[in-house]
Design a protein around this ligand. Structure first.
Ligand code: R5P
Length: 291
């Protein structure tokens, strides 16, 4: 029952002190809803403005993949070092302990595998994403591919549902065999994702003109790592991407297939969050590996 007597009079109105009007720390997201900002602030570290996402959703198109045979043994020990985990709902439910309490970028589209023409995908049920407390819905978008219109429709419908429930949409640019991973193509694919409502975009790094890709995308970009390369080269890739405007990495094989995956993810974090050069981070990788 409300007290009617003896209440302290409200008198701390801060008259003359203007209310704070803070800009959000990630580009292009000042006008999205509170729930989306809250989830983005879990995926991206507000202190650096960047993120290190660990991608291990490869099995949904490739089946067992080197380094992902046993998620419980190979990925769970790595996960505590990542800012966000990108996986399918099957792996999340079966193999990731909820006690980890990490933001999840849920693979939200599914369809053909590598045994077929990729990207003929449908989307999952938003209720399941909510049940799983997803922090982002990751949708494959195949610009210039056979399933372009279908994957853009998937993105549009996901962004609409995400907006309804305050969950960010991650547009993942797929690259078909016939398409070149150059700045012109990646810039177009990223921009099309943003134009159609992606809250952030995942694409590939390219050696020439990547700063144009990030500049022309009005929302944050994270880069995929791609095929496994030597550790110094993977750290250089992360360093160059961040220097040229990426807001983070969403790396898989270059972390979990590294000689020492735990040392590798920490070295990637040192580049992305602490501004270490690739050489400095490789030194750190070797120091950690030695212990
Ligand atoms: C992308 O769409 C894939 O499913 C992976 O999430 C992505 O390729 C990132 O992994 P990797 O760094 O191994 O390329």
């Amino acid at each position: 029952m409300a007290d009617t007597d003896g209440n302290r009079e409200a008198d701390e109105y801060g008259i003359g002190v203007p209310a704070k009007n803070q800009a959000f720390f990630l580009k292009g997201l000042d006008h999205v809803d509170w729930g989306i900002k809250d989830r983005m602030a879990r995926i991206f570290k507000p202190s650096s403005g960047h993120t290190v996402m660990l991608a291990f959703d490869h099995g949904y198109i490739m089946g067992p993949t080197s380094g992902l045979e046993r998620i419980d043994l190979n990925i769970v020990p790595l996960a505590e070092h990542a800012d966000c985990l990108m996986c399918t709902r099957g792996i999340l439910r079966s193999s990731i302990p909820p006690l980890m309490n990490k933001p999840i970028s849920l693979r939200f589209s599914a369809g053909t595998t590598v045994l077929n023409e990729l990207n003929d995908e449908c989307i999952l049920d938003i209720e399941d994403a909510i049940r799983l407390n997803a922090s982002a819905l990751a949708i494959m978008v195949s610009i210039g591919g056979q399933y372009e219109a279908k994957t853009i429709d998937n993105l549009v419908r996901t962004a609409d549902m995400g907006t309804r429930y305050g969950i960010p949409t991650l547009g993942v640019t797929a690259v078909g065999k016939e398409l070149t991973r150059d700045a012109r193509y990646l810039g177009m694919a990223s921009r099309v994702c943003a134009e159609n409502g992606a809250t952030f975009v995942k694409t590939y790094y390219c050696d020439e003109g990547f700063e144009k890709v990030t500049a022309a995308c009005p929302v944050p970009i994270v880069i995929a790592g791609g095929k496994k390369v030597a550790e110094p080269a993977a750290l250089e890739l992360a360093y160059r991407a961040i220097s040229e405007g990426a807001a983070g990495v969403d790396m898989g094989r270059n972390v979990f297939q590294a000689e020492d995956p735990i040392a590798m993810i920490q070295a990637v974090c040192a580049v992305v969050h602490d501004g270490l050069s690739a050489d400095q981070a490789y030194q750190q990788y070797n120091d950690l590996k030695a212990h």
